[in-house]
Design a protein around this ligand. Sequence first.
Ligand SMILES: [Zn+2]
Length: 386
Amino acid sequence: MVAGLTTGCSTQTAATPLQAEVSLLAVESSVTLPPPPTVSPSATDTATHTAVPPTNTPIPTLTSPPTATAQPSATPTATSTATALPTETPTAPPDRTCPETPPLKPDYDRFYLAPEFWPTPDTAVAQPHFWLAKPLPGGGRTLINQRFPYGWDENGRLLLHNAVDMAEDLGTPVLAVADGTVVVAQSDYNAYYGWRCDWYGHLVVIELDQTWLDQPVYVLYGHVLNINVEPGQRVEQGEQLAEVGLGGAATAHHLHLEVRVGENEFAATRNPMLWIDPGETRGVVAGRLVDPEGRPWQGVPLALVAADKSGEILGTWSYLGDPDDLANPDEGWAENFVFSDVRPGSYTIVTQIQDVDYQLPVEVTAGEISTVELVTEPLKTATPTP
Ligand SMILES: [Zn+2]
């Protein structure tokens, strides 16, 4: 099945063991979570990322990649509430100039309690926004690559993933997930839309007609080919935009789907699985894994175990800590992990941190979001285990 394909968006050597897969299999076989991975700061596998220069040692420029923040940030948005959206808005376009040197891959922290507090849920806006239809034909289950979910980096093998991947045959139609307007339809070989130029190969971005908390919502389709729309064109949900392809940082043909909120920028993404309608047969769990003070545990594996002995187990990881804030929570749920494509039923969320086992029951309902908060014991040591 295509769902088993590894479809990383970042280049890596094919011979590298799939550490993330191993972790998942360990969870499946015994429900006992694997021990914290030993993360050496100079892990050799980071050197295999040809997508970015080898990360040798401390990265001095984490907070500000040279030109990543070059776009004018303060253009007034006085007309942003205008109802009519002509083809051009008065705001200055972002700078898409390719940086001379692409940003380095940061050292993401695993099994690490962030020093900063995570946002708290906002009940005023905590409501489902499953506005997006499946971007591939056939409906049904979204063939998300569960080993490379939003906010994870495959145990250091890849860059932090700010999207979801869906494996599908080359040439499969890629569909508009909602009504909107095409704002990008081109190669990014000489345009800065992702981690670096030539990140997506070819991409399409549509701006949805709907806004979220008065912010525009963009959906980006990466690694596509045979684009059949152009900027400014109106599209309706279900309309073909392009085909599943291969290009940029992709190592296998697949669709890379991002949801960007507020601005069409790489650092403005949200977890797409909180936006894609799970359909009539699946539900979604949005969870928080935090300490008693509300700081998020990052890069921690979690399992979702069916209570009915069906053997259904899903695995995921809490969002990694990232100095560039590439993984962002929803304003409403303030989640730092998500299980998607879950069959309705009773489940237990299982994890282990600092030798303490945690189990939390959760009910999953088709077409809905179940929210959970798992508050751990306080950090046992002053310094996180490396
Ligand atoms: Zn991807």
